[in-house]
Design a protein around this ligand. Structure first.
Ligand code: ADP
Length: 429
């Protein structure tokens, strides 16, 4: 702290005054000015020493601190904070560097700015030569490079890792900062293996059950209830249940096949005859209990698998009939939209509470188990619909109001549409 000026001058002035007083006193007592000055000087030296001792004491016991100077204090705080930040940054970089997921920091032109160890293993990036390379060029000929040409906000699921082909990864591209992107590649090899085991198990069990069930069902059909009238109700129930088990096995086998497929045969699916078949199926199932309307407003065909699309559309019609009480209305509609075309089935049935909607396409998920079983459902219909639509790059939209009815809509892109037979070309072209 700076001392006030008057306090700084006080001691020299006092010293000079003391010397004058001493000289005058010496001259008064014996004419010896020098003696007086010497006496006063001695007294001043003693005083000065005492003073210095007081000053030196705190200086020796406490080191100088910047507390006396605000600028020093600010600088000191700044340095401490910088050191702490640098340490945190170092820890974060080490943590990111050692994560099991691959992380690559890309600039706006997909140049590699930074990557961690896992990116070396999974994506085959090398240090230091791959800093600054364009990622999609570095990974050329891989599925990931193709995706990076036009990355979508949806993750790229279950692909072979470019740097370790035996491993499976999920890739996501996240916005990072104003222009950068963060590519995350998650190693899902273990999950992928478990999923494969599950798929194989379900497919094998279904396959193994198919033959014995066919045999049991065949023998039950041979038995005539009139030969054993007292067992007639039992026989009827056994036939119904064996038929249901047969249907579950067929649905499981179909799901297994759809799951292993990554594309469908691109064939023309003639919608007009398909809609006519669906109407007949609905009428057969309804047995006159509902009013059924089919509207073909689109007048276009679809490109895809006729068998699989028939199966998906038919499941929706079957659900509408089974979950709509007698007297209800069912409308099947094929119509054009701004982006493509929609196939929808609307009913005036029981409807579905909102909290069930997101889970409807899970296997064996039922809003009401008893209603589903009583109506002959397998619990796999909507799961099949979802997979079939996925293979056709289409999506399922469900709207429902409990007590009033539901609309299930399959939304197809323009690329999947074909003009009716005479023009034989894609609508999108
Ligand atoms: P299920 O064979 O049980 O019908 P789905 O997978 O086809 O299996 O359907 C799953 C569940 O969704 C059904 O159990 C039912 O609860 C509900 N659901 C499906 N369609 C309808 C509909 N049109 N109206 C009311 N509920 C429906």
């Amino acid at each position: 702290m700076t001392r006030p000026v008057e306090s700084a001058w006080r001691r020299p002035l006092a010293l000079a005054g003391g010397l004058l007083v001493g000289a005058f006193g010496g001259w008064l007592v014996g004419g010896h000015v020098a003696t007086g000055v010497a006496l006063v000087a001695l007294a001043e030296i003693v005083l000065l020493l005492t003073h210095l001792r007081h000053i030196a004491k705190p200086m020796m016991s406490l080191p100088p601190t910047p507390a006396d100077n605000p600028a020093d204090l600010r600088h000191d705080r700044f340095m401490t904070r910088s050191r702490r930040l640098a340490a945190n940054l170092h820890d974060l970089r080490r943590a990111a560097g050692n994560l099991p997921d691959a992380i690559v920091l890309l600039d706006q032109d997909q140049h590699v700015r930074w990557f961690n160890h896992a990116a070396e293993n999974l994506l085959g990036l090398r240090r230091p030569q791959d800093r600054g390379v364009v990622l999609k060029e570095k990974l050329h000929n891989s599925e990931l490079a193709g995706w990076l040409e036009e990355p979508s906000p949806e993750p790229l699921n279950d692909i072979s890792a470019p740097g370790a082909p035996s491993r499976h990864i999920n890739v996501t591209l996240l916005p990072f900062g104003p222009r950068q992107r963060l590519l995350l590649a998650r190693d899902i090899s273990h999950m992928s293996r478990l999923e494969q085991i599950r798929r194989d198990f379900v497919a094998n069990v279904s396959h193994e059950l198919r033959t014995p069930l066919t045999v049991i069902h065949g023998y039950l059909e041979l038995l005539d209830p009139e030969d054993v009238p007292h067992l007639a109700p039992v026989l009827g129930e056994m036939r119904a249940q064996s038929k249901r088990m047969g249907q579950i096995v067929e649905d499981l086998l179909m799901l297994s096949r759809l799951e292993t497929q990554d594309h469908v045969n691109e064939e023309r699916v003639q919608m007009a005859p398909l809609l006519a078949t669906l109407r007949k199926e609905a009428e057969a199932l309804s047995q006159g209990r509902h009013s059924i309307t089919v509207e073909n407003e689109a007048n276009v065909d679809l490109l895809g698998s006729p068998k699989d699309l028939h199966s998906a559309f038919s499941n929706l019609v079957s659900n509408a009939v089974r979950y709509t009480p007698t007297g209800g209305r069912i409308t099947v509609r094929w119509e054009r939209t701004a982006d493509g075309a929609n196939y929808s089935v609307t009913d005036t049935g029981y409807g579905i509470p909102a909290d069930h909607l997101s889970r409807l396409t899970e296997r064996f998920y039922r809003v009401s188990s008893s209603r589903s079983r009583d109506s002959g459902g397998t619990g796999l219909g909507l799961s099949i619909v979802k997979h079939v639509l996925g293979l056709h790059q289409a999506r399922l939209d469900v709207r429902s109001t409990p007590g009033r009815g539901s609309t299930f809509t399959c939304c197809f892109d323009r690329e999947r549409l074909m003009a009716p037979e005479t023009h034989d070309s894609k609508i999108g072209e």
